[in-house]
Design a protein around this ligand. Sequence first.
Ligand code: G4P
Length: 535
Amino acid sequence: MSKQYEQEIRRRRTFAIISHPDAGKTTLTEKLLLYGGAIQLAGTVKGKKTQRAAVSDWMEIEKQRGISVTSSVMQFNYDGYCINILDTPGHQDFSEDTYRTLMAADSAVMVIDAAKGVERQTEKLFKVCLLRDIPIFTFINKMDRESLNPFDLLDDIEQKLGIRTYPMNWPIGSGRDFKGVYNRENREILSYGDEAGSALGGQHKLQTVKATLGDPGLDGLIGAAQHQTLADDIELLDGASYDFDLEAIRHAKLSPVFFGSALTNFGVEPFLQDFLRLTTPPLPRRSDAGEIDPMDDDFSAFVFKIQANMNKAHRDRIAFMRICSGRFEKNMEVLHVQQDRKLRLSQPQQILASEREIIEEAYAGDIIGVFDPGVFSIGDTLCAPGKKFRFEGIPTFAPEHFCLVRQVDTMKRKQFIKGTTQIANEGAIQIFQELGGGMEEVVVGVVGVLQFEVFEYRLKNEYNVDVHMQRMPHQFIRWIENEDLDPNTLSLTSDTKKVQDVRGGRLLLFTNSWSIQWALDHNEGLALSEFGKAK
Ligand code: G4P
């Protein structure tokens, strides 16, 4: 591989931002984009209440509900780095989408509301990060408001998430008394000036003061009482907290913690600089042919997301893929491993804030969106012709809610099948059929109930099909692992339903865990699994 390729790959940083809704993920993303000059003015990423134009709100339903359903990808350059931010939906009903997006990231930034600490959704998303052992950076946001005690916040992260923390900086007060942060490495105080607080932020120059704790001169800047508290806190931290350990950070054992305020743009740039320095360039990926090195000459990628209707006027479908090795060129021929066929990747796109633009080339670490005529599924691998391996699969979440769905107008059978299958291929829903049954009536399973709404809405809007949806009482799904077992011979409780998935796998739907146990107790040798086969 040429030096220039290597350099391009080495300067890439690809990460996802996760948070509980309202912790400030969108605001932080917005400010990060500002530093790359990717957007002119903060506030254009998403305006939930003001209904401003939105980058991440592609679907109508997102605007109506004021939540971010889909995740978007944004690229910008900063200080010699090429940064890919993967935005993730905050709403819990779409955590499966977040999970897949995290598969494409090399690290994660976890945004926590300083007044609330670790919230439920953060906990759930954090567990997904841990599955991949990617570095996790914590941004404790909203320090301009009254916050919990910083020691309690660290304790909360360590207790609830089971990860050690290393505060990179330390807050001096909070809310009205917020004076800034103390950088532990260079012993400087970044002062939260009087001008801070503007919603646009970033326009004012922040004062940096080299601080020797105990120097009476500091009293003038932050006040004698806060100076004393800071000195005590730092002494305590230096003595009692974990040591800085880059290896532990890189393996998700230690999370560097930054305090700041995204809204007022306080502490965002120092965070970005440290983050870029500490996180990793593109990492090798596991495949059935061993680890694939990003510096490998040959192109390879996997599909982690399929998004329909990003542009309503074109009714298009975009397959998002993460490039894992080599370099991508427009119109290049690749092997679609799962389908064992060669294809040309035409119209490759990259999302740059609100604009989509056609790209000529991209490198390992980048995310590209490719026009999908219906050939891609989540988890598909693409390789240079001549190579043939599959990246590790993306397992599906077990759905927890089910609906019996049929079309209202039977003349629309074709559209119904097409729409349902395509939406299932995107991974937004999972579809099942009666054993030996057809597609006239399907069982739709979802992880979060809001997905039912999106499904119904999209069938109507994109495929012109009205459906009748009937909620089912089932909550648990189990795949039958015994290949040669005839499910009709099983002895089951009367409310257990037998279905099959699109790959022919046989499953059982249960209304409660008691019925699962009943099935196991009454059918010797029956083996049930919670996960479908990874694609
Ligand atoms: P999310 O993507 O994680 O859901 O959160 P988002 O950035 O949309 O932020 C949620 C709310 O918190 C927004 O207010 C936002 O302005 C506010 N916020 C974000 N960061 C900070 C911060 O550092 N300090 C303070 N004080 N507030 C912050 P909103 O009124 O709900 O929405 P909007 O009308 O401002 O968009």
